[in-house]
Structures are given as structure tokens and as C-alpha cells.
Design a protein around this ligand. Sequence first.
Ligand code: FAD
Length: 394
Amino acid sequence: MGKMRQVNSYKYVVIGSGPFGSTIAHKIATQLNQEVLLVDKRDHIGGNCFSSPHKETGIETHHYGSHIFHTSNKKVWDYVNLFSDFNDYRHIVYAKSKGISYTLPLNLTTINSFFKSDLSPQEARSFIEKESELFKNKDASNFEEKAKSLIGEKLYQAFFSGYSEKQWGTSPLNLPASTFSRLPIRYNRDHFYFSDQYEGIPTNGYGKLFLNMINHPNIHLKLKTDFKEIKPYLNPNALVIYSGPLDEFFHYCFGDLGWRTLTFEKEVHDCEDYQGCAVMNYVDKEIPYTRIHEFKHYQTHLPHIRKSQKTITFKEYSTFVKRGETPYYPVNSKEDREIFQLYWKESLNLKNYIFGGRLGSYQYFDMHQVFAQALHLFEEKVRPYDQYKINVSV
Ligand SMILES: Cc1cc2nc3c(=O)[nH]c(=O)nc-3n(C[C@H](O)[C@H](O)[C@H](O)COP(=O)(O)OP(=O)(O)OC[C@H]3O[C@@H](n4cnc5c(N)ncnc54)[C@H](O)[C@@H]3O)c2cc1C
């Protein structure tokens, strides 16, 4: 990485070093051969995807909860493979309901274990049809109505009602129907969580992957620095690519967007394996946390880590965000969408700002979607800016 100069000497300034900001910075440095100032308020790069080896156990720990890379976009897959190899991990999730573990997403095995039956795919389809018959509703307008109309009352209550309320901090009656449509139901025994063409975990962790992305003399990194601190010193001609929260950028002038945040309780256990899988969802409402992550299961390529007599887990708790806290998931209620439109319209008036990423677009994006958005915006908006040949040197 290069040595930082005065803030007002940069033509390109990128805020946020997650997948979005790191991709844009890497492209500016390598494709435009221009210097870029990359700023993040945290003390590390990689945004919410950051992982690093835990000091005591050596286990690669995902600081903001489990991150599994998956995509069917070959361009994105080829791009991330420039910076890291990936192992062969394929994600499997279990759900604990009333003390019993089931496979998720709901599949034939889940249905048969839950109803203590041995139905064939066809029989299971007819059975679920019957279970949901009473609740059929083409105009289902919320999560609960939609879920019951597809899987019936019993599976909904067991797997989705309590979990969704804990995750979103509101009754499923207040959540959009689309939140349920994202969750797959399968009538076969496919227990893999994702069905993308490419999947895996970076073999040396996400921290190394992002370091390899931004390790270029044209990229000047400034950590532990909020955008607010450098804004007064920006060159008026600089192009700013911003991946922080949109409402914060505009000083909340149209109100606060709804976000959920997560807190994690870390525990080190003196055993080889704590729960037998990387993620266990706790779907009962009475249990205050939503999931337990056990990170050593992601290191399929390192048997000595998986067999070591220590393991590290994170219990995940979900709460609403207060101003200044780290937002994770956009709540995306109808009111939020209306507020977002006001901010978005305002953002289009700022000709030398580009907003993107999960926080800047106020959208729940997986990593591959953010990489794709950044690669696209670089070609559409950042590369053309270079043609103005603006001189900002001082
Ligand atoms: C619990 C959880 C699990 C997830 N699991 C997966 C998964 O398994 N697979 C998957 O593909 N995706 C997963 N995701 C989604 C993934 O985290 C996001 O797609 C990705 O992090 C978005 O990248 P980004 O660059 O847009 O934002 P971020 O990664 O959030 O990076 C934004 C960066 O901007 C910085 N920043 C914000 N405001 C400012 C400011 N004012 N000044 C300076 N810096 C600022 C932040 O510090 C942060 O580093 C998960 C998300 C969460 C919350």
C-alpha cells in the first residue's frame, strides 16, 4: 500500500473498505492507474466480512458472524479468485426447535422428522398442500400470511414465527410477504443451504483476501477515520465513492432508516466439536439468541484445526440500531422504502458522489451481489469520470 498524502490532493476517495469499497479502490488503482484514498472508520479492512485467526485457538473467526461465499456469477467468482483460493466448504444449517435439531431449509428430511413420517416427495407435497389448505391466500400481504399459505400452521409456528420475531424485533404480521418468499422449501433431501454454482471459504480467511485486494502502491489506506473527519478537506473535484449508511450521510434529514444490528457473545470451549456444524439456528421464541456459529467447521482444508481440542463459538443476538451504532440488516418496511426514496433522489443531485454497497443502497445484499454492483458501477460511473482529466494535485 502507498503512503498517504494530504486529503485534498486525491481525485478518488473511497469510503468503506468492505467488498464494495475494496473492489472500487482495486479497480481505480489497477485499471485507471490512479491513486485512491481508502477510508474506514473501523480498525480493520473487509467490512462485515472480516475474519482473522483467533489468538488462542488459531481458528479463523468471522468477526461479524458466519460469511459463506456463494455465487453463480462467473465474472464475480473469477474476480474474487484473483485474491484468494477457496476451499470446498458447502453450507449446511440446522434448526433447534423444542430441543430437537432439524435440517434447514425445510426439505423432505425435515418434514418427515417433524411429523414422524416417511413420506415420499409426492406424498409430502400433497401433505403440505393439505396442511396449508385452510390458509391459502393469493393476496398474502405479510410474512405470517404468506408462510402459512405455503407451509401451514405447524411448520410455520415451529420454524419461522419465533425466529423471525427475534430476528426482526417485530411481529411477523408486520413483515413483508417477500421476506418469506426468499426462504426455499424442498421436496427432496438436498440439505445444502445454497444452490449456487460456486461456493467456499477463502483458504487464508477474508482478512487476507481483502488485504490482497488493496495491497497496491496506488491505494492509500486510512483506518479509524470517519468520513465526517475528512469531508471538510476533500478536493471539490474529487470523486467520492461512499458505502456508509445513506441516512447518516444526509444527517438524517428525512428521518432514520430502520436497521437491525447484531451482537455476539464469544465463548471458547475445551472440546473438539461443540455443536457438530457451523450454524445452528435457535428458532424458539423463549431462547434470546438467534444462532450459534462454530467457526472451525468452515476450515475443511485444515484437519489439524478441525481436530484440535478447542473450539470457538459466537452466540448471535439481534436488536434495533441506534444512531451511531453499526447497522447490519435493512428492515425495509414500507415506511423505510419511502424514506429511502427521498435520500436516493437527493443523492442523485450530488454529481461527484457515487453511493453503493449494502449500507449505501439500503438493500440486503450478499457478498457476491456487492462485488457485482461494484464492478458494474466502476465501469458505468467511475471509469467515465477519469476521462475528465481533472487536475487535483496541490
Ligand atoms: C450476520 C451476517 C451474515 C452474513 N452472511 C453472509 C454470507 O454468508 N454470505 C454472503 O454472501 N453475505 C453475507 N452477509 C452479507 C455481507 O456481509 C455483505 O454483503 C457485505 O458485507 C456488504 O459489503 P459492503 O462493502 O457493502 O458493506 P460492509 O461490509 O458493511 O462495509 C462497509 C464499510 O464501511 C465502513 N463505513 C461505514 N460508514 C463509514 C463512515 N461514515 N466513515 C468511514 N467508514 C465507514 C464500515 O466500517 C464498513 O467497514 C452477511 C451479513 C451479515 C450481517
